[in-house]
Design a protein. Structure first.
Lengths: 112, 143
């Protein structure tokens, strides 16, 4: 039960990116946000594989958007986080916080 | 895009004065809403404007390398988000093209395509050789 609600690291990052982008959360923007936040290059395939997994778990919902000329007439696919996704995000972050509490993992060596 | 172009009636006066659609019929055709795309209704005039803008914007230097795009489509073919992914990369290509120039954008696009091709290859095929070698080594040690 509980383990189904826990997210992998990348799933967590992608969900946070969707939350941050609010109404503009589609593939290219999610990727850009993730790359800016992590400082690492991420393939668009990795983003969509994660989004697909999150959608199958009912953590996000997606729908087709508009097709624009610079996209060669191909539609965007927008994503929105569902209440189950918010719950999973909360539980994951809480688990991390509980496990990390008092371990002195912050960069200056103090406690979290 | 195909839909837009296929929709375009040949109503302009060409050099020979031959029209596939007489002007009066074309005006009638253009005056009513005809195409429902998603939740929106577009009349034919709007479709023509969109078609023109799409065709104009597909200047070869502003579109991803066609061969690379074809490989990408093939690599992603079983994927339900394929068109969205190809569109996202095309959008990023335009962004990089505007910011860093055509050469950078093309190299970037090829890198992205190769990444997708690499991830589309079933890994057992790549590992197959080394797994067989490992099995052979184990058998050899126990003989």
């Amino acid at each position: 039960m509980a383990d189904n609600k826990l997210l992998g690291s990348f799933e967590e990052i992608v969900l946070l990116a969707i939350l941050r982008l609010t109404t503009d959360a589609y593939g290219a923007q999610i990727r850009k946000t993730v790359e800016e936040a992590t400082g690492r290059s991420v393939s668009i395939g990795a983003i969509y594989a994660t989004l697909d997994r999150l959608e199958r778990k009912h953590f996000v919902v997606s729908w087709q958007g508009e097709a624009t000329p610079e996209r060669g007439g191909r539609a965007k696919r927008y994503f929105r986080i569902e209440s189950e996704g918010r719950q999973a995000l909360y539980e994951t972050q809480e688990t991390r916080r509980r496990l990390g509490h008092g371990l002195g993992l912050d960069p200056v060596g103090g406690t979290i | 895009m195909t839909m837009f172009i296929a929709w375009r009636p040949h109503c302009d006066n060409d050099q020979n004065g031959a029209n596939e659609f007489p002007a009066s019929q074309a005006d009638d055709l253009l005056s009513e809403p005809h195409v429902i795309f998603g939740a929106a209704r577009f009349d034919a005039k709007t479709i023509l404007v969109i078609a023109d803008s799409v065709v104009e914007s597909r200047d070869p230097s502003w579109v991803p390398p066609q061969f690379a795009e074809m490989i990408l489509v093939l690599a992603l073919s079983p994927n339900k988000f394929r068109d969205n992914q190809v569109g996202d990369l095309a959008e990023d290509f335009v962004r990089y093209r505007a910011k860093y120039g055509i050469r950078f954008a093309q190299l970037w696009y090829w890198r992205e395509v190769l990444r997708e091709v690499w991830s589309a290859i079933p890994k057992p095929i790549l590992w197959g050789g080394s797994v067989l070698a490992l099995i052979e080594e184990i058998i050899r040690r126990h003989m």
